[in-house]
Design a protein around this ligand. Structure first.
Ligand SMILES: [Fe+2]
Length: 570
């Protein structure tokens, strides 16, 4: 049985395909179209389906869209249609803000929801011409199409692929249909909701609004606010605390609306310099998020009496918050869906339909994120020859690449199947040695990033505990750890100002060549750590194809590109 998962409603549009419970492929649309996040989360863009990601998934499965048994779409418009759910038609007013508010939760709902309800038709008719091979003659059978509650899709993406037989589950995101935070207990194949918080109260939207106030792009740059927070003081903490009211008996919370300019000062605009108050705002926001997440987690623990916790939703990409939950709540084990943002809801929706369609189905456990496109040596070499780009074939990729890295050169590393989710984890990465402190600055310059941004390390799994406090297994860069005393001066480039590092651990089963590279680097330098940052230029999605990689390499000031077995140098 083939199940196609689609996330299309807001942003980070994506697709995945599952065959008899096994994931075959998953990817974000942005990697194919070069439009970061696929699209902006606005009502006008709701009709856009991730056709390229779907096409890629169908290609890996070797099937046409009509061969798919079920299609799982990670948003349920019927939760918002209310009394209009059974209507034959609705009105789409020319000026939504004037005429429709009394009938709908939001004035944009008629447009937004009609585009979602018509997604099956769009799938059948709206595909781009160059993808017709797998879409022409598509039928939009209602029996195949499942609208899945957005938060169920997030929760399923967290629990079903986790290693836990029984677990508490918490979803924190901007918003779904109405829910903004939700809680579940998962056991075996069962996933049961035990509470939710609904619009307009949303920790995710609060973080997004402050992201905008600080001059960043919301639904995109929240991780920059998290990095900024380390440089600030809790000057505005009480202001944020006074806004958020948590009911520790029910897991519910409310957030007061405030005028940010009145409380936090004037909005910063993009490209304006950072002042201390911006660091302080970010710090205070981050702290209140952590405090609130701990309160909600404690309530969830009390309610479920379970030592395992699964997290998803865009807020769960906040690796500092995740570490605070890890260190300050009774939960013993935490698993975070690596594609915790909306991209992962394609997977969650598909797994939910799979579990419901194939009773007693074996759950799929997610050990890695390498579910995107890859390219063979032959194909890459043909492309290199055609472009007349100078290259040479390496005899021993790990050994020779480690040598280049040990010379303090910055390389593009392009190996195997592309990552699913927002982090580059060794398939489409820029790598460098962490031994010299100046490398952080150099990488920020190379990638044209803000100075305050830290760079993150990858470490051999077996050595993680020796270099980072209490680190064992953290393959998805979703938690920070303190750099161990006595090790900090050996890897100064990856140590953030607060002595933490957002680590990725790697073992050989996850990515053999990447692991071998780390082992070789350790052999040559004594350090089992490399800097790993995403292979892209500012504002661009992570590279997908060899052409993307070579274009990025030749238009960025890094020193070498190792693409499969081939080395390109400047
Ligand atoms: Fe979401």
């Amino acid at each position: 049985m083939f199940i196609l998962g689609i996330n299309a409603v807001f942003h980070d549009s994506s697709a995945c395909i599952i065959h008899d419970g096994k994931l075959l492929a998953a990817a974000e649309e942005e990697r194919f179209t070069h439009i970061k996040h696929g699209k902006r989360p606005i009502p006008f863009s709701t009709y856009e389906l991730p056709f390229h990601a779907i096409d890629y998934c169908l290609k890996i499965a070797g099937i046409h869209i009509n061969d798919v048994d079920h299609i799982a779409y990670s948003f349920n418009p019927y939760k918002l249609l209310g009394k209009h759910a059974k209507a034959e038609e609705i009105s789409l007013p020319l000026k939504p803000n004037q005429t429709t508010k009394k009938d709908w939760d939001s004035e944009w709902d008629p447009l937004f929801l009609s585009l979602i309800v018509n997604a099956p038709g769009q799938l059948a008719d709206g595909y781009p011409h160059h993808l017709q091979k797998r879409f022409v003659g598509a039928t939009a059978s209602p029996a195949k199409w499942h609208f899945i509650d957005h938060h169920i899709a997030h929760a399923a993406s967290a629990f079903y692929p986790s290693p836990f037989e029984r677990s508490a589950v918490m979803v924190l995101d901007g918003r779904g249909e109405k829910a903004t935070s939700s809680y579940y207990i998962g056991e075996g194949n069962k996933l049961e909701m035990i509470g939710e918080v609904c619009m307009p109260h949303s920790l995710g939207l609060l973080y997004e609004d402050v992201t905008t106030h600080l001059g960043f792009l919301h639904s995109s740059d929240e991780y920059k606010v998290m990095a900024l927070a380390s440089y600030g003081k809790p000057v505005y903490l009480n202001a944020f605390r006074n806004m958020i009211h948590v009911d520790e008996d029910s897991g519910n919370y409310t957030i007061d609306k405030i005028d940010f300019e009145e409380v936090l000062g004037a909005k910063r605009f993009k490209n304006e310099p950072f002042e201390q108050e911006h660091f302080d705002i970010a710090h205070s926001l981050q702290k209140v998020l952590e405090e609130t997440a701990v309160k909600l987690s404690n309530w969830l623990y009390k309610e479920t009496q379970c030592e395992n916790l699964c997290l998803a939703g865009g807020v769960a990409l906040n690796c500092v918050m995740n570490a605070v939950i890890r260190d300050n709540t009774p939960f013993k084990n935490i698993w975070v869906q690596p594609a915790a943002g909306d991209a992962g809801t394609a997977l969650g929706a598909a797994l939910w339909v799979d579990i419901n369609e194939r009773k007693n189905a074996q759950r799929y456990e997610m050990h890695h994120v390498y579910w995107g496109p890859d390219f063979e040596d032959k194909e890459i070499e043909q492309f290199l020859q055609w472009t007349k780009v100078p290259y040479r074939k390496l005899e021993n990729v790990a050994e020779e690449t480690a040598k280049i890295l040990a010379e303090d050169k910055v390389i593009g590393w392009y190996q195997g199947r592309m990552e699913f989710g927002p982090r580059a984890l060794g398939s489409r990465s820029i790598l460098a040695s962490p031994v010299n402190a100046s490398m952080q600055q150099k990488l920020n310059e190379i990638k044209d990033r803000e100075d305050f941004r830290p760079v993150a390390p990858v470490v051999l799994e077996e050595d993680a505990g020796e270099w980072f406090e209490d680190a064992e297994y953290s393959p998805f860069m979703l938690f920070v750890y303190n750099v161990k005393e006595g090790k900090a001066d050996k890897i100064p480039a990856v140590r953030h100002v607060d002595n933490t590092a957002r680590i990725q651990t790697i073992n050989r089963n996850q990515h053999p060549l990447y692991y071998d590279l780390l082992s070789e680097f350790k052999k040559q330098t004594g350090v089992p750590v490399l800097i790993n940052t995403s292979f892209n230029t500012r504002g661009e999605p992570i590279v997908c194809t060899p052409r993307d990689a070579i274009e990025c390499f030749w238009t960025s000031p890094f020193d070498a590109l190792v693409i499969n077995s081939f080395l390109l140098e400047k």
